[in-house]
Design a protein around this ligand. Structure first.
Ligand SMILES: Nc1nc2c(ncn2[C@@H]2O[C@H](COP(=O)(O)OP(=O)(O)OP(=O)(O)O)[C@@H](O)[C@H]2O)c(=O)[nH]1
Ligand SMILES: [Mg+2]
Length: 533
């Protein structure tokens, strides 16, 4: 059927992507997760597969990707001339080899590509979510791919309200259970944060060592894989522990399975002991993180002694922030077609044609359904944003969900309470748009700058716009700078806009617009002016 050849194509793309990044995203763009309707025979084969809503929660509208054609397709792709019947030994050998292939390196860490099944829920009552359920699942697949997982299928359900016990309806649970068997699924990931109780109940229902986790845990996993600096590693470990604390019993049920039930009856006591250990570790981590942050703050204060204005790059993950920083500054920040490539703020100096300069800071990307706990964990990153003179909101305008991504970023920015900082919206990846001319026209109408961070299009205009925005954030000053403080005068020239200088006996009188930080530094000299007049 056309559906099976379609899936075969997607499957081969997926295999390909294991070696070369980016293919998955292309496969996604082809609508891999656009809920391919399950052929009728799958339902008939397994009488357990209910139609969702066995308890009146679901309406069974979600559809799974039919497992069998994809598998056949994959095998066919790899070994077209295979004999129909294989010896058991041969099969085991092949499985071992396939298993071996499922190890990959991410950031120097060895990751096993677990077979993963995705589950989403569209809640009618809560509504108001920016992304549709299909879009959100598509993004979840991208996240799973970034984490090094192998997505083998997905499903979703429309509910009026989530089931407090299992999040999804019991019919859906049964449906997923049979998909787990058919596809050898090792991990099931839910698109929303599950309560500890829901996690436990689902693991129990699925049985057989299947790991159940949610979007939050997945994002934490990615952050953990990608944390490059000590501070980021501490932040992520802390967030992971805080996430684990209420879910601790889950770890014990894992142990029970591993040791064939011997740990059973470990009892609440052991869990309490364990929680106490974890709490102690958490408070230790908090202290360590505090001292790391203090150190960084010191460093930042020192940097502010040369008060060059700071421009922060914010935007949805994969918008091209690091690419732009690299292009403008010759920095070597990792930029790749993965979500959350950057976790640590990186700051570089940008020298503009007219000789003035500013500092550009690359920040961690945003994503919808960003767990509040994670936002808090990355306070330090966000602090950089709140102390900047201008915020650049970079948008991947070639992305089909550009508007939704803009809304998601605006939502986080609103929470950060930084409305007073001038903001510049910039559309990136203009080279990748279908109707570039029309996009540029639309941008002009809205006063938005279009760039291509990759080929450098529009970057001069971008710098000019920054310059103009920086002017908005400058403070008018009049100061008397003694000759022995000449470096201050050159700072004023470098980062501010000078209107008037007058050379006098003991120093220079200067009238200018300067960044707030410099204005503060000049405070004693400004008082002298008042005193002299
Ligand atoms: N076609 C095109 N691709 C771009 C452009 N800018 C960036 N990219 C690509 O987009 C992908 C993501 O770029 P990054 O710079 O890593 O994005 P980021 O915003 O730093 O992403 P995170 O760090 O994950 O938040 C990379 O594959 C870039 O090569 C552009 O102007 N045009
Ligand atoms: Mg980046």
């Amino acid at each position: 059927s056309s559906s099976s050849s379609y899936l075969r194509r997607s499957a081969s793309l997926r295999c390909f992507s294991r070696r070369r990044g980016g293919a998955v995203v292309r496969a996604l763009d082809e609508g891999l997760l656009k809920a391919v309707p399950a052929p009728a025979e799958t339902e008939a084969e397994d009488p357990d597969v209910a139609d969702g809503g066995g308890e009146g929660y679901g309406e069974g509208e979600g559809e799974g990707v039919d497992p069998s054609p994809a598998r056949e397709g994959e095998e066919e792709e790899e070994e077209p001339a295979r004999a129909p019947v294989k010896s058991r030994r041969r099969q085991q050998e092949e499985e071992a080899a396939a298993d071996h292939e499922r190890f990959m390196l991410i950031n120097g860490k060895e990751i096993y590509q677990e077979k993963t099944y995705l589950v989403g829920v569209e809640c009618k009552r809560t509504g108001g979510s920016i992304f549709s359920i299909e879009e959100s699942l598509k993004e979840l697949e991208q996240l799973a791919d970034t984490a090094g997982l192998m997505v083998v299928g997905s499903t979703y359900q429309k509910l009026s309200t989530p089931n407090p016990r299992t999040y999804i309806g019991s019919g859906k649970v049964a449906e997923i259970k049979s998909a787990i068997h058919a596809l050898d699924v090792e991990t099931v990931i839910f698109d929303d944060e599950l309560s500890p109780g829901q996690l436990r109940n689902l693991e129990k229902s699925f049985g057989g060592g299947v790991r159940v986790c949610d979007r939050t845990a997945l994002i934490l996993d990615i952050f953990n894989q990608r944390a490059a600096t000590h501070e980021a590693a501490l932040q992520v470990t802390l967030a992971q522990m805080e996430y684990q604390l209420p879910r601790l019993t889950k770890m014990w049920s894992h142990l029970e399975r591993q040791s064939g039930g011997q740990v059973k009856g470990m009892g609440e006591k052991q869990i309490e002991v364990d929680k106490r250990i974890l709490r102690t570790q958490i408070s230790g981590l908090r202290k360590e993180l505090e001292s790391v942050r203090k150190h960084r703050k010191l460093y930042r204060n020192r940097r502010q002694s040369v008060p060059i204005p700071v421009v922060s790059l914010v935007g949805y993950t994969n918008a091209g922030k690091s690419t732009l920083l690299n292009h403008l500054t010759g920095a070597d920040v990792l930029a790749e077609d993965k979500l959350f490539a950057t976790l640590d703020p990186t700051t570089r100096r940008v020298l503009m044609k007219n000789g003035t300069e500013f500092l550009l800071t690359d920040t961690v990307g945003f994503i919808q359904k960003l767990p509040t706990m994670l936002v808090a964990a990355f306070r330090a990153t966000l602090e950089e944003i709140s102390e900047s003179s201008v915020i650049v909101h970079l948008v991947d305008i070639s992305h089909p969900l550009a508007q939704q991504q803009i809304d998601a970023v605006d939502k986080v920015l609103k929470e950060l309470d930084i409305v007073s900082i001038p903001k510049l919206v910039v559309w990136n990846k203009i080279d990748n748009t279908d109707d570039t001319l029309r996009v540029k026209e639309e941008a002009e109408k809205q006063g938005i700058i279009c760039i291509s961070a990759i080929n450098g299009d529009g970057l001069e205009e971008f710098c000019n716009a920054i310059q103009a925005k920086l002017k908005d954030s400058l403070v008018p000053i009049e100061a008397f700078v003694p000759y022995n403080k000449g470096e201050l005068l050159s700072d004023i020239h470098k980062v501010g806009m000078v209107e008037k200088t007058e050379y006098m006996e003991n120093g220079t009188f200067v009238k200018a617009h300067v960044p707030l930080a410099l204005a503060r530094l000049l405070t004693p000299l400004r008082q002298q002016v008042v005193a002299a007049s």
